[in-house]
Design a protein around this ligand. Structure first.
Ligand SMILES: Cc1cc2nc3c(=O)[nH]c(=O)nc-3n(C[C@H](O)[C@H](O)[C@H](O)COP(=O)(O)O)c2cc1C
Length: 151
């Protein structure tokens, strides 16, 4: 509920999907895939339908874009993105694991409508949350100097 937020617009909201509602979302994702790509292969349809079953809880992070003389849309999207990162960090801190995913479905207005989004709302990400299944994967260590310079 807290993220850097120019002018306190609170340009985010969250939709939780769990239990058998994940199957309902899977059907929506499959139907929307068929509208985008009527010749989609069976494997792609199966992937879309089963995508929400990857984790017990999905949080759809939604950006709510407002007109504001000092806050362009990019800043509102970034705030909503920070809120998504906040969810991931909080989940990790509580001992859970999370993954942020998008893909074509996240940018599909039919998917957004099915989830009840209004015209000025967008999907920032599908955040998948649950207990970690398996070991923590090794992440390559990055050299700070490759990303930071002083001016
Ligand atoms: C906006 C956004 C969208 C993403 N979409 C996907 C996606 O659709 N599929 C995917 O495999 N990873 C996606 N990722 C990357 C994963 O969230 C994750 O960062 C990546 O799998 C690396 O894992 P790690 O962060 O644990 O190292 C996305 C990340 C962001 C920030």
């Amino acid at each position: 509920m807290r993220a850097p937020d120019h002018a306190w617009l609170r340009p985010w909201r969250f939709i939780t999907i769990s239990g058998d509602r994940r199957e309902a979302l899977g059907l929506v994702l499959e139907q929307c895939l068929m509208l985008r790509q009527p010749d989609a292969e069976e494997a792609a349809r199966d992937k879309a339908r089963s995508a929400p079953l990857r984790a017990p809880l999905l949080v759809v992070v939604v950006a709510r874009l407002a007109e504001h003389p000092k806050v362009p849309e990019i800043e509102q999207r970034l705030s909503a993105g920070c809120a998504a990162q906040g969810i991931l960090l909080a989940a990790e801190a509580c001992g859970y694991a999370g993954v942020w995913r998008t893909g074509d479905a996240a940018f599909d207005r039919n998917v957004m409508s099915a989830l009840g989004l209004q015209e000025r709302e967008e999907i920032i990400g599908f955040v998948y949350l649950g207990s970690r299944d398996g070991r923590v994967k090794p992440i390559p260590k990055l050299a700070t100097a490759e990303f930071v310079s002083s001016w």
